[in-house]
Design a protein around this ligand. Structure first.
Ligand SMILES: [Zn+2]
Length: 430
């Protein structure tokens, strides 16, 4: 039997959107006991415990905590001193990376992003940061971590580093055996999922997004090995050939998906493979990349693919492909704290606000293979937002910190928390 809760909270009077396919409950009640949701329903049918701390949500909408499933956490968080991500990766100390990661994580939490999927950087302490947050030793969003990416020699991940930068044992993996071994090393380092670079990139140097990376046999070995450990595989892939190979190999998500065609979108739809669009980084880099540390070759590549990526996204929405919200938040290029911009871009390109919100809640949790978050349902962890107005009609409400009345993570009200702000005000592109 469950022991008597220490802390009980009841959110009353708001429109409760559970994140499932159910219609919102007008004038709903959510009861939280310690870190879990213990009741959800209409007022009148849902008893409020007498000792509960009450949160009045009248005029507001109650949502599950939001998730961003594609972030680069250990990147420069000092917006007064922008640097290129590649430069930061190859010059900052491990300690600096970890402390910047903590700042970025807390910035995300302070705008209602209670979970992040972290795309990996070795020697940055991200698995330790995840554990310390889970253990209640540091305040932050829950993190799903790939300790390091898997990349081939001259692949996207390798070309983030200058040619003369020393490479370690698990910095590249070539051939089936090394790919399998690299997955096993990730597991040993505490992986929640595996990140593989399966095409050239935009922000790396000397390659083209149109290139595939890895053979189907190598990718299949990575997927087979990861799935043996029960871990999903996220594949960075822009090129059509790279995407096709990933789908042949059975990856769980395509990150970016720029040059995908109709045939591969239909395959994704049929297989339930997730697309993680990462549209926000385009806006940011094209708008102000020169001032925020983007290298000129990266800006040129970004310009070349931006329109294609929006077109591919819009078609994926029309076909009903599973979409999980990811921004590619990284350093000064795509700032932490502005994650909800991605949702606005989705709605501008034809997705309904409700579907966009589901991509950042229900679907994000599914992609992270977590059945304890992503919706407001009895038994789940209480990650809950109370947002002014109705973001189910207009997601722009989520971009304004002042609209976030209440932020609850694991049953704890952390609304008072503000990370040190130094992100310049957002200027929107046309
Ligand atoms: Zn990325």
């Amino acid at each position: 039997m469950r022991s008597k809760p220490v802390n009980t909270t009841a959110i009353t009077g708001g429109r409760v959107w559970e994140g499932t396919n159910a219609a919102p409950i007008e004038d709903g009640v959510v009861v939280i006991e310690d870190d879990r949701i213990t009741a959800v329903g209409p007022r009148g049918q849902t008893p409020v415990p007498a000792d509960a701390t009450l949160i009045d949500a009248a005029g507001a909408t109650v949502l599950p905590g939001l998730c961003d499933v594609h972030v680069h956490l250990s990147t420069n968080s000092d917006h007064r001193n922008p640097v290129d991500n590649s430069h930061f990766r190859s010059t900052a100390s491990g300690t600096a990376k970890t402390l910047h990661a903590l700042r970025n994580a807390q910035t995300a939490l302070s705008v209602g992003f209670t979970s992040l999927r972290v795309m990996g950087l070795r020697d940055a302490g991200e698995p330790t940061l995840r554990n310390m947050i889970d253990d209640g030793l540091l305040l932050g969003p829950r993190l799903s971590v790939a300790p390091w990416w898997i990349t081939m020699t001259a692949g996207h991940g390798d070309l983030y580093y200058p040619p003369n930068h020393p490479r370690g044992e698990w910095d590249t993996a070539d051939g089936i055996d090394q790919c399998r071994k690299n997955v096993r090393k990730q597991v040993g380092a505490g992986a929640d999922f595996i990140k593989v670079m399966a095409s050239g990139g935009v922000m790396s140097h000397g390659d083209k997004p149109e290139w595939p990376n890895y053979t189907v046999a190598e990718l299949a070995a990575i997927v087979d090995e990861a799935h043996s450990f029960g871990l999903p595989v996220a594949a960075h892939a822009h090129s059509l050939e790279g995407i096709t190979r990933c789908l042949d190999a059975g990856v769980d998500s395509i990150e970016h998906g720029t040059f995908i065609d109709e045939e591969q979108l239909v395959r994704m739809k049929e297989a339930g493979t997730y697309l993680v669009p990462t549209l926000a980084i385009h806006d940011w880099v094209l708008l102000r990349g020169e001032r925020t540390g983007a290298a000129p070759d990266s800006i040129a590549k970004m310009r070349a693919v931006a329109e294609q990526r929006r077109t591919s996204f819009a078609r994926a929405v029309q076909l009903g492909v599973n979409i999980a919200m990811g921004t590619d938040s990284s350093g000064t290029l795509c700032p932490f704290g502005e994650h909800a911009r991605e949702l606005e871009l989705y709605t501008e390109l034809g997705m309904t606000a409700e579907t966009a919100l589901r991509s950042a809640t229900y679907h994000a949790a599914k992609l992270m293979a977590r059945n304890d978050i992503g919706s407001i349902e009895v038994g789940k962890l209480a990650d809950i937002l109370v947002v002014e107005g109705n973001p189910l009609n207009d997601v722009t409400a989520l971009r304004e910190r002042k609209n976030l009345r209440t932020i609850i993570k694991s049953g704890r009200d952390i609304s008072h928390f503000e990370s040190e702000p130094n992100v310049p005000p957002l200027v929107l592109s046309n």
